[in-house]
Design a protein around this ligand. Structure first.
Ligand code: SF4
Ligand code: SF4
Length: 684
């Protein structure tokens, strides 16, 4: 046993040194802050498996995997006791809390006995699913099969070993007990499946059972150590890295993208180290993410690009990077860098794949091991956009519009307040800010956003929203031509320099007016101002208009009655929902306005499907596969609702275009939550 352990653990230690050593050569990042919150997350997402059992889609297979995980944890403890058994017979007896005088020891025997049989059954089901029904997200590959066979043999040999031991003790007087007390009885009484298998093995007599006892033990030890040393090169490596990966997940994310603070450093530009285009440009945590992928495929099942036949599937995106990392890990570990010539975008990841992502985060919410995909994608886009100027050609005009007129359409910035003509909305520059700033004359700043200011359909929403504020007696103002695009689309398309320019100028304006409270109509503006402007010194209380209107309704400042005839379904915006966890405010308003409850789409709330506009995709052509907005429009139409409510200007454009493309624009309307509330208020 000593020899086996030295060889097995020695080989394992060598292999793991190379893997983790490679991670230390990647970009640094602090993931050891706020340990208390991290432990909480470890218990909820890691041990609690919330992402597998807490989702309505694929709950059955989620529960199955959660059981495999819990079983594996328990069996991990069992492996330790079995290793001890190799040195001292009845080793468990000597362990604190698990000995004969503790009920815990007996419960542990019961639970692992049942867990082993459950895991064995789950392995058989998983093998069956991979070979016969073959769900699309699971691929039939040998790696998956032999991993399952290894797990199966670890379980089976242990069951054999325990059952043969029972027969040897009970029928042939061998002294091989783990636990035996007058209070709790012999351990067998707590192990129902051992009794069952022992009854079958009994027919083989003492010699046969002695054989199964040794075969079970050494077969188990061999399978376990082989598995340990083979798994490190397979997706099963996640069994070692997944829990640390959950523990080390970002505490700031999903709200904010980490800013690039060294854009002034010329050597970084000379060395091509702006953004990510080599393995060593990824942070060590992003490397750990790659090792932690279980290849379950949940990410591509929910990805709008995969669902519409585009080349991006996160599982394969991960796999391509992971295989590259596996190939390069020893070079990276020994030399500190990878092959000079090979770049991530182009050689490993196709540009179409990189630019397909809408940054909707559905994949991240579905991922059981909390892999952070979007920052990695944005890092690669930063390199492509700023270093290589290799962005989709249609983005050139968008960037130009942002640089010259501070909006993506490039419309003259002096026309930014034209939508408000005749509405008597004061400009911030007209309010008295000399002494108290905002608190002197206004309650809130209405942040209009580029779409509300310049897009004719969204201008109507801005007017409806302002009208609601006026009816509720809110003192508010707008910035007019002093407002600039928040920079969300520049940042998500990798133009961090442009983002920092726009955001910096907005923060300066807001701070000059001493603004404290902001209400936005656009969830992208909400996310950027609320979560990313603090990186530039802009700290404000920021609300989405659905949240603010909900407050006004609650305070009785907007009388809203259930008087609308429309039947309503609601499309969640990714940047309001998944990024800012606001699912309830729009729903409460819509439920109050309509005379029947919302008709939810099958994918809604945290599992909602993106409209296709996020991540600057709104300004890029969609030429591959079918259109995301039409797929989402179909889902909305299938509810039979007469109105599709949205809470984001880009969702509004995408969904209404989708409904038009489906030939339903005459019968099904798309309205913003604010417009629906205004109708309900005016009709009440
Ligand atoms: S990234 Fe996450 S969801 Fe996607 S295959 Fe890997 S583990 Fe599963
Ligand atoms: S963020 Fe959304 S679009 Fe991008 S890969 Fe994830 S699910 Fe797909």
């Amino acid at each position: 046993m000593i020899l086996v352990m030295i060889i097995a653990w020695g080989v394992f230690a060598l292999q793991i040194t190379v893997k983790f050593g490679a991670l230390t050569k990647m970009a640094p990042e602090n993931r050891f802050n706020d340990i208390g919150r991290r432990i909480g997350r470890l218990f909820k997402t890691g041990f609690g498996q919330e992402k597998l059992i807490g989702r309505s889609r694929e709950r059955g297979s989620g529960i199955m995997h959660a059981f495999i995980f819990w079983g594996a944890l328990l069996i991990g403890v069992r492996e330790l006791t079995l290793m001890g058994e190799g040195f001292i017979s009845g080793f468990q007896e000597y362990l604190p809390l698990l000995g004969s005088d503790s009920i815990l020891g007996y419960i542990y025997i019961s639970v692992y006995n049942i867990a082993e049989v459950l895991v064995l059954s789950m392995v058989l089901v998983a093998l069956y699913r991979r070979i016969w029904p073959k769900p699309e997200r699971l691929e039939l590959n040998w790696e998956g099969i032999y991993v399952l066979l290894f797990i199966g043999s670890i379980m089976l040999t242990d069951i054999l070993f325990d059952a043969a031991r029972l027969n040897l003790v009970e029928n042939y007087g061998h002294n091989l007990h783990y636990l035996n007390s007058t209070e709790y009885g012999a351990e067998w009484q707590w192990a129902p499946f051992s009794i069952l298998v022992a009854t079958v093995l009994n027919v083989f007599g003492e010699g046969g059972n002695a054989f199964f006892y040794h075969f079970g033990y050494w077969g188990h030890v061999a399978s376990m150590f082989l598995f340990l040393n083979v798994l490190i090169h397979t997706k099963q490596f996640h069994e070692i890295t997944a829990l640390p990966n959950v523990f080390l997940g970002s505490l700031d994310y999903p709200h904010a993208i980490t800013p690039l603070t060294d854009l002034e450093d010329e050597t970084l530009w000379e060395e091509g180290r702006i953004g990510v285009n080599k393995l060593e440009h990824l942070t060590w945590k992003q490397g750990l993410d790659l090792f932690s992928c279980t290849e379950c495929g949940r990410c591509h099942d929910v990805c709008p690009t995969y669902l519409t036949d585009k080349p991006l599937t996160l599982k394969r995106f991960n796999q391509s990077l992971l295989y590259h990392l596996r190939n390069e890990e020893s070079t990276l570990f020994l030399k500190g860098s990878t092959d000079e010539e090979k770049t991530l975008v182009g050689d490993i990841i196709h540009p179409d794949t990189l630019w397909a992502c809408t940054t909707c985060r559905a994949c991240e919410e579905a991922c059981p091991v909390s892999i952070e995909h979007v920052p990695r994608i944005i890092g690669m886009r930063q390199n492509q956009t700023m270093m290589e100027e290799a962005y989709p050609p249609e983005m050139a005009n968008t960037f130009k519009g942002l640089e010259r007129n501070f909006n993506p359409w490039g419309i003259g910035y002096d026309q930014r307040a034209d939508w408000a003509e005749g509405l008597e909305i004061p400009l911030m520059s007209e309010t008295n800010t000399e002494t108290e700033g905002q608190s002197g004359e206004i309650d809130v700043l209405m942040w209009v956003g580029c779409a509300g200011a310049f897009d004719s359909r969204n201008q109507k929403i801005a007017r409806a929203t302002a009208s609601l504020y006026q009816k509720a007696g809110v003192k508010f103002a707008i910035l007019g031509s002093e407002e600039k695009c928040t920079g969300d689309l520049a940042r998500r398309s990798g133009n961090e320099m442009l983002f920092q320019m726009l955001a910096g100028e907005n923060v300066e304006t807001l701070n000059n007016y001493n603004i404290k409270k902001i209400v936005t109509s656009c969830p992208h503006c909400l996310n950027t101002i609320k979560n990313e402007y603090p990186q530039l010194g802009g700290e404000y209380e920021v609300f989405h208009h659905s949240q603010f209107i909900q407050q006004l309704v609650d305070e009785g400042r907007l009388p809203i009655g259930s008087n609308l005839k429309d039947t309503i379904t609601y499309h969640d915006s990714c940047y309001l929902g998944r990024y800012n966890q606001e699912y309830e405010a729009p729903r409460k308003l819509l439920n109050k306005s309509g005379n029947e409850s919302l008709r939810e789409m099958e994918r809604h709330g945290i599992e909602s499907l993106c409209c296709g506009a996020g991540g600057a995709r709104m300004w890029m052509e969609e030429t591959i596969g079918s259109r995301i907005n039409e797929t989402r429009a179909e889902e909305a139409l299938s509810t039979g609702a007469s109105t599709v409510a949205t809470a984001c200007p880009f969702c509004m454009t995408m969904i209404s275009d989708g409904i038009t493309a489906k030939g339903k624009s005459e019968t099904v309307k798309t309205k913003d939550v604010a417009e629906i509330v205004l109708e309900a208020v005016e009709g009440s």
